[in-house]
Design a protein around this ligand. Structure first.
Ligand SMILES: Cc1ncc(COP(=O)(O)O)c(C=O)c1O
Length: 402
């Protein structure tokens, strides 16, 4: 197994002014109000893995289970739906603070809007959220997917009526294909990453993710739990950036230690942190990993600003660590509830468990400051979105640690 890499950063703002309020609790509550108006909305569970925590010698481990989000098996729809909502509200001059699902899906709105095409690239979950939202609005979605995408993920998007295809390029090049399509055919790009000159839609997508933060705070308050460590998995780093901004805004100086995890072969956030020279560092090529949702080689610029300022640890890790997370979540100790977690979903928990459990990673446990007082939060960002691979890991023991 290839070695785990770690980079650490201290608060820095060399990547631009950092506005955490854009992801803060007040903003998040507004976003959540919008999501609450969806018929599928319910708070996703925060599962206390009490016996796992005991066995690993920490005070607590809590996992938010996003497989339960809107029946779509991942958190991503929170971003696409909110960003599309904002775009529609802008076009029709509707007040954003009052925007609801019922309004958006009213046939009169479609009449006023006319035919729209939402265009995006995705490794699965984001495109499914965009296709689902377009479908509910009676609009068209065009979705590009990277080389090697599991057929199940493609079909889940096609089932929603989207024009979806698997390309022969990686995620970042698929993003450029989506842009080119929108320019040529007049579609609206709803992309879950930002670059110079394209920041407004991704900002709204990131704000959409903060519904998870608003729910999490409520759940932690109820349990009277204060986290010391939060593990967030990153593809382009938009979700991690939004949640980091949210946590930094709420906890201020007392924010938990935030650790970002990525696959070794798609470690653009890790590399940007390790070099820390004021620029973003990309990774090219096939970005091979079973953590498909994290196979992105170009950081989201506005997500990175939050991470550079407020995240503490940046880890690049092999697939075996995510597989460990999937197995621990799916086969819990007696008394703990099971969580079906996919390759990208289980990455954060996998790293926390590995650092606490594996003798050879004692250095990592120390570097992450994990000890008997630690209260760990992870987000299982997806369920089994590639069932064939899920079975390989869980039933056949693929990607085993040793
Ligand atoms: C399940 C899952 N987790 C995490 C992520 C990472 O999100 P981001 O690309 O914003 O870093 C993704 C992205 O697609 C995902 O699908």
């Amino acid at each position: 197994m290839e070695a785990i890499r770690l980079a650490q950063l201290k608060h820095n703002d060399k990547y631009g002014a950092v506005n955490t309020a854009a992801f803060g609790r007040a903003q998040a509550e507004q976003v959540r109000r919008f999501h609450r108006s969806f018929p599928e909305y319910s708070v996703t569970p925060l599962v206390a893995l009490t016996n796992l925590a005991k066995s690993l010698g920490v005070r607590g481990i809590y996992v938010k289970d996003e497989s339960k989000r809107f029946g779509l098996n991942a958190f991503k729809v929170l971003g696409g739906s909110y960003a599309i909502g904002v775009e529609v509200a802008k076009k029709l001059a509707l007040p954003l603070e009052q925007l609801t699902y019922a309004q958006l899906t009213d046939p009169a709105v479609k009449g006023k809007l006319g035919e729209q095409t939402f265009v995006t690239a995705t490794d699965g979950n984001h495109g499914r959220g965009v296709a689902w939202t377009a479908n509910r609005l009676g609009q068209k979605a065009v979705v590009y997917m990277p080389k090697g995408t599991a057929l199940e993920r493609l079909q889940n998007i096609q089932k929603l009526g989207a024009e979806a295809s698997i390309t022969d390029v990686n995620y970042d090049d698929a993003v450029r294909m989506a842009q080119a399509y929108a320019e040529k055919h007049g579609g609206m790009v709803i992309q879950d990453t930002s670059w110079e000159g394209y920041e407004e839609v991704p900002l709204h997508i990131m704000q959409g993710y903060t519904t998870m933060g608003a729910e999490l705070l409520e759940q932690l308050d109820e349990l009277q739990v204060r986290p010391t460590h939060v593990f967030l998995q990153a593809g382009v780093g938009a979700m991690a950036g939004a949640m980091t901004g949210f946590l930094a805004d709420y906890y201020k100086e007392e924010r938990p230690l935030i650790t970002i995890v990525e696959p070794l072969n798609a470690d653009c956030i890790y590399r940007t942190a390790a070099v820390n020279d004021g620029r973003l560092h990309n990774v090219g090529g096939d970005l091979q990993s079973m953590m498909a949702g994290l196979c992105c080689g170009e950081p989201c610029s506005i997500g990175w600003q939050q991470l550079a300022a407020y995240a503490d640890n940046f880890v690049a890790m092999p697939d075996e660590v995510a597989a460990l997370g999937m197995r621990v979540l799916g086969n819990p100790l007696a008394g703990d509830a099971p969580i079906v977690s996919g390759e990208s979903g289980a990455a954060g928990l996998g790293l926390a468990v590995a650092a606490l459990r594996e003798q050879e990673l004692a250095w990592l446990q120390e570097a992450l400051q994990l000890d008997t007082d630690s209260v760990i939060i992870c987000i299982s960002t997806e369920g089994a979105t590639d069932v064939a691979n899920y079975r390989k890991v869980m039933w056949e023991g693929a990607y085993s640690w040793k």
